[in-house]
Design a protein around this ligand. Structure first.
Ligand code: PLP
Length: 474
């Protein structure tokens, strides 16, 4: 009989290539600062280097790693560069990478408590830790009627909250109204589409001079909707909007939500992490009025994507909206009522062991270490703010509350767009613009794990140089 061929890597080979892969990652992170931040490839360039068809016979791992350098790396935008100032950060760290690796090595699927009790219990425990670490309301702890769960993204968290709100409203779906500000993240509008609510029943509430939702405008809008026979259902406020980092007035909005029995969700995607430091906890004032809340450790808490902490006041609301019990998922632990099955708190059935990386991060850095990075980034942003203020050709837009500085050249949209294009094509920094008051606005988002003062100084010098050359050419 011909012996069956073993196609697997042997444990020895796995060790050898595993060590090499870790070396590869360590070298990458050591040198990432020298790479062009925004990938400079043209559309289709990466695919053109890939073979037309998959290999019939397996290839050596050495060849695969070589092609990683040759084919893939030119098409990477280096989010981990200390010169990445675009969007919001996607912080990572060595302990988080190792947590991801072990999660991959265990290869578990944590849909039910029974399918890996540690996956559920560590998640519950670490999310309770975070309630204390950020001084979030006690009603988000698992010892209350509420609790926390890790979602893949803030988009999913807002959607899950909306599904619970839809269920709670017990009204004709065509009559349900949702409220966000004009500055809320697009993921909430997408959630409205997915949840089957009418887009024409999504109200974009106007904002004040600081781009924060106006409670008066909200109240008027709700009153008009009730008069028109509609049912207000879901209000989503933001702590740190994407365009300008605006903080919506949570106490006033929460009071309105309570008055009209509307589900009140608060999206703290990036900025929520600032509450690790007592001096920035003002951002969460009024959060005790929220039915649900989320923030992303995968943005500003040194934890690899994906990791969104999502909390609810009443976990039965999630179960009512999302739980279905087919025969093949029945098990004694679930029937005992003593365990959490997180599959009932999210869209998909399957789930990764994400709490492992979060646990590693929190244990490695401690609260003190994490606070250090938040304080550093905010101090750098405040310094940058002063440089903008003292430059004759630039103006500050809004009042940067934390680590995002919005500013623009006084010369108008064309000049600002030209400045961003030139900065990004230099490969030395990456910034993404937005529009505030219909004007192109530059965003300096400071939150990468390894960003130092020297990176921010270099970026500002470059911005000033590029502005001068754009001015000279217009
Ligand atoms: N909410 C806000 C305020 C954001 O800034 C973002 C992304 O930057 C999101 C939601 C969406 O985050 P995610 O990618 O986790 O869905």
């Amino acid at each position: 009989m011909i012996p069956e061929q073993d196609y697997h890597m042997s444990p020895e080979e796995f060790r050898r290539w595993g060590y090499k892969t870790i070396d590869w990652i360590a070298n990458y992170l050591e040198n990432v600062e020298n790479l062009p931040v925004l990938s400079q490839v043209e559309p289709g360039e990466i695919r053109a280097k890939l073979p037309e068809t998959a290999p019939q016979k397996g290839e050596s791992f050495e060849e695969i790693l070589k092609d990683l350098d040759r084919i893939i790396m030119p098409g990477i935008t280096h989010w981990q560069s200390p010169n990445f100032f675009a969007f919001f950060p996607t912080g990572i760290s060595a302990p988080s990478i190792l947590g991801e690796l072990i999660s991959a090595g265990l290869g578990i699927q944590g849909m039910l408590w029974a399918t890996s009790p540690a996956c559920t219990e560590l998640e519950t425990h670490v999310l309770d830790w975070l309630v204390d670490m950020l001084a979030l309301p006690e009603h988000f702890k698992s010892s209350s009627a509420g609790g926390g769960v890790i979602q893949d993204s803030a988009s999913s968290a807002s959607l899950v909250a909306l599904l619970a709100a839809r269920e709670q409203a017990k009204a004709d779906i065509n009559n349900l109204v949702t409220y966000i500000s004009t500055q809320a993240h697009s993921s909430i509008e997408k959630g409205v589409k997915i949840a089957g609510l009418r887009r024409e029943n999504l109200r974009l509430i106007e904002v004040d001079g600081n781009y924060a939702m106006s409670p008066d405008a909200l109240q008027q809008c709700i009153e008009a909707d009730i008069k028109a026979g509609l049912t207000p259902c879901y209000l989503a406020a933001t702590v740190g909007t994407t365009s300008s980092n605006a903080i919506d007035p949570i106490p006033e909005l929460g009071a309105i939500a309570q008055k009209y029995n509307i589900w009140f969700h608060v999206d703290g995607a990036m900025s929520g992490t600032a509450a690790l430091c007592p001096e920035f906890r003002w951002i969460h004032q009024g959060l005790e009025l929220a039915d649900s809340y989320c923030f992303n450790p995968h943005k500003w808490m040194l934890t690899n994507f994906d990791c969104t902490s999502f909390y609810v006041r009443d976990r039965t609301k999630l179960n009512q909206a999302l739980s279905i019990m087919p025969e093949y998922l029945k098990n004694q632990a679930t029937e005992s009522g003593k365990v959490i099955d997180y599959r009932d708190w999210q869209i998909s059935l399957g789930r990764r062991f994400r709490s492992l990386k979060l646990w590693f991060v929190i244990r490695h850095y401690g609260i003190e270490g994490l606070q250090h990075y938040i304080r550093k980034h905010i101090a750098l942003a405040q310094e940058f703010t002063e440089w903008v203020k003292s430059h004759p050709q630039f103006e500050l837009v809004g009042n940067p509350p934390l680590n995002l500085v919005c500013f623009r050249h006084k010369g108008g949209d064309e000049i600002n767009q030209a400045i961003v294009n030139s900065l990004n094509s230099s490969g030395k920094v990456y910034l993404t613009p937005t529009k505030l008051d219909q004007k192109v606005t530059l965003r300096m988002s400071i939150g990468q794990a390894t960003t130092e003062k020297s990176n921010v100084e270099q970026a500002w010098k470059l911005i000033c140089q590029v502005a001068e050359s754009v001015e000279a050419n217009t």
